[in-house]
Design a protein around this ligand. Structure first.
Ligand code: NZQ
Ligand code: ZN
Length: 394
């Protein structure tokens, strides 16, 4: 087990009607002037935003509301929102929505606390984040895990780059988790979220570090639990117990616990971010479209690790480590397909890509061949291209 430090300070309030506690939580964490962000309108249609506004009004909190965050959230929106939050005098940012809204709220908190710095400079490393505003979350989509994670992912339209910023300042002050708020999700969006939850643990699970049994068991339990409840919740979106399991696993999957004591990989995320930067691909779908190609390209580096995954999560216990590893990869892809998720680039709305497009993706993910990504098998430009080529079929 490697050395680690783990600090996940987010207060989690879980359960039916949990959002009714929002005003009390805002007060507890020092909010007086709350800038609320939301997405394209699902929280208006569900009545959630109106309820949160009522609760804040009753508590005597001043607030300003801004909607319009799009999936794969954009830097230009954040810059505009920073100007508005500064004008309003915001001292707290409240996200009501999924990962895109939460990441926008985090970026907005950083930008508002540091008005003299262009917010993208924190993502490129040109500026160091030393302060921010507190962020609260009312979660509507179990997926990204941003409600407790130390990351925020933004897309710069100018740079055609989608990038994560890791920082302790990205951990929200509180997160309200009511599984009922996710009942209104469409099946494709719920399935994509479930895939993302799986990937946050899998991208930590494939490692060369040995002797980390508790973290392994935790990861395997989480993966099995998501695999068990995914078909139930997709068949019955309003199954409270199944949605609770998925939502809680989503939060635990990306808070850091399932990877403690070993290096993170996250190469499939980075390969997927390039797809989203170029084609606005849905995040979860970008991962399932590429994971199989990545896994087949790297499993021979440590077949016994993939074999353990196959055995513990999918019950594959026969054959050599290589055979079990390949069976585990096949079962994972079959599972994604059973959720109607893509397992190749051809399955995405962009369809099969030409070679120049694949080269552009490989350039994007490796900054023109100047960097490698991932830890399990560091991926340079040639290897990234190999993975995109392997995924590039119907
Ligand atoms: O915008 P609205 O109208 O709210 O609709 C959204 C959006 O169209 C809809 N939705 C959300 N909750 C709903 C709902 N529709 C009906 N009922 C509800 N209850 O779902 C659509 C997708 O929303 P989005 O927030 O984009 O999805 P998700 O939560 O999957 O977040 C994806 C973003 O998070 C980033 C991804 O890269 C992507 O940009 N990630 C952030 C991470 C982090 N900060 O730690 C880690 C992840 O790996 C990920 O990269
Ligand atoms: Zn993700």
């Amino acid at each position: 087990m490697q050395e680690f430090s783990f600090h996940c300070p987010t207060e989690i309030v879980f359960g039916r009607s949990a959002e009714e506690r929002t005003a009390g939580l805002l007060r507890k964490y020092g909010a007086r002037r709350v800038f609320v962000v939301y997405g394209g309108g699902s929280v208006i249609r569900s009545g959630l935003l109106a309820r949160i506004e009522c609760i804040m009004t009753a508590e005597g909190l001043a607030f300003s509301v801004k909607g319009g965050v799009r999936p794969n959230p954009r830097l230009s929106f954040v810059r505009e929102a920073v100007r508005e939050a500064l004008e309003f005098g915001a001292d707290f940012i409240l996200a009501v929505g999924g990962g895109s809204v939460i990441d926008t709220a985090k970026a907005l908190a950083h930008g508002t606390a540091n008005p003299e710095i262009d917010v993208w400079d924190f993502w490129t490393g040109k500026a160091q984040l030393t302060k921010s505003l507190p962020v609260g979350v009312v979660l509507t989509l179990p997926a990204a895990g941003s409600e407790t994670s130390d990351s925020a992912v933004l897309t710069s339209e100018e740079a055609s780059e989608k990038m994560g910023l890791p920082s302790p300042f990205n951990r929200p002050a509180f997160a309200v988790l009511n599984p009922e708020l996710a009942f209104s999700l469409s099946s494709p969006q719920l399935a994509a979220g479930i895939a993302d939850i799986i990937m946050h643990t899998l991208e930590r699970y494939m490692t060369h570090t040995e002797g980390n049994e508790f973290t392994d068991l935790l990861a395997e339990a989480l993966l099995k639990n998501v695999v068990k409840h995914a078909p139930i919740v997709l068949a019955h979106h309003k199954d409270y117990d199944a949605m609770s399991e998925i939502m809680w696993c989503g939060t635990v999957s990306h808070c850091g616990l399932t990877g403690l004591g070993r290096e993170k990989d996250f190469s499939v995320h980075k390969l997927g971010h390039a797809l989203s930067a170029h084609y606005d691909t849905n995040h979860g779908e970008s991962l399932t479209a590429l994971w199989g190609a990545w896994a087949r390209a790297v499993y021979e580096d440590r077949p016994e690790r993939f074999a353990r995954y196959a055995e513990k999560v999918w019950g594959v216990d026969a054959g050599s480590p290589e055979e079990r590893a390949r069976a585990g990869i096949r079962k994972t892809e079959e599972f994604f397909r059973s959720l109607k998720l893509p397992t190749s680039l051809g399955d995405l709305s962009t369809g099969v890509l030409d070679h120049r497009a694949l080269e552009a993706l490989a350039d994007n993910v490796t900054a023109g061949g100047t960097r490698s990504v991932g830890a399990f098998h560091p991926i340079d430009r040639a290897f990234a291209l190999k993975i995109y080529e392997a995924a590039n079929h119907g």
